[in-house]
Write a protein that binds this ligand. Sequence first.
Ligand SMILES: C[S@@+](CC[C@H](N)C(=O)[O-])C[C@H]1O[C@@H](n2cnc3c(N)ncnc32)[C@H](O)[C@@H]1O
Length: 200
Amino acid sequence: MKNFWDERYAEEGHAYGTEPNTYLTQHVALFKPGQSVLVIGDGEGRNGVWLAQQGLQVLSVDQSAVGLKKAEDLAQARGVRIATEQVDLFTWQWPKDQFDFVVIIFVHFPPNLRPRLHQAALQALKLGGQIIMESFAVAQLNYNSGGPPDPALLYTLPMLEADFKGAEFLEGDERVVHLQEGKYHAGEGAVVRARVRRPG
Ligand SMILES: C[S@@+](CC[C@H](N)C(=O)[O-])C[C@H]1O[C@@H](n2cnc3c(N)ncnc32)[C@H](O)[C@@H]1O
């Protein structure tokens, strides 16, 4: 899979654009300068860089070195800093109890790993910290605006409710949205969104 993403990010421009994800930006009022955020699968950095522009301390992780280099270049172009780490999330020693936020935008895990990795994301939060995530829903199979074509990699809200068992769902729904995120996320798409708080 690493080569797939390296090849995509080696293309001209930015695969998902340079503007942040809409669901993420709807929560701008939550973010306070100095807070920390772990951005999972940040790719070319559009979300991590925007969070740094809000004054947050950003750690962007992804398996693609090509993507992370573009993320660093985007940060520099915007006059902010992000920390980056090339990791395979499947085998990574996830940090624990460290972040005010974890952001997961269109990162699709296989069903045998998904619950464990989502729990790891939850445990990476400080008590009271929040996950903000958007992914393609199973209903995305009816659209061709992007996302994995494999139904096993698509999500439903009940799946996320099970994965984040023990956490407080502040928001959660499935809906059709208009995606305008570079050439690979364009048009009507079915997504699942969640904002989840680690209790404490
Ligand atoms: C559809 S892209 C989304 C990129 C970014 N979140 C965005 O919305 O612009 C999915 C990203 O997840 C990353 N990813 C998928 N599986 C991963 C893994 N096991 N470890 C690290 N990164 C992974 C890919 O490298 C890719 O950058």
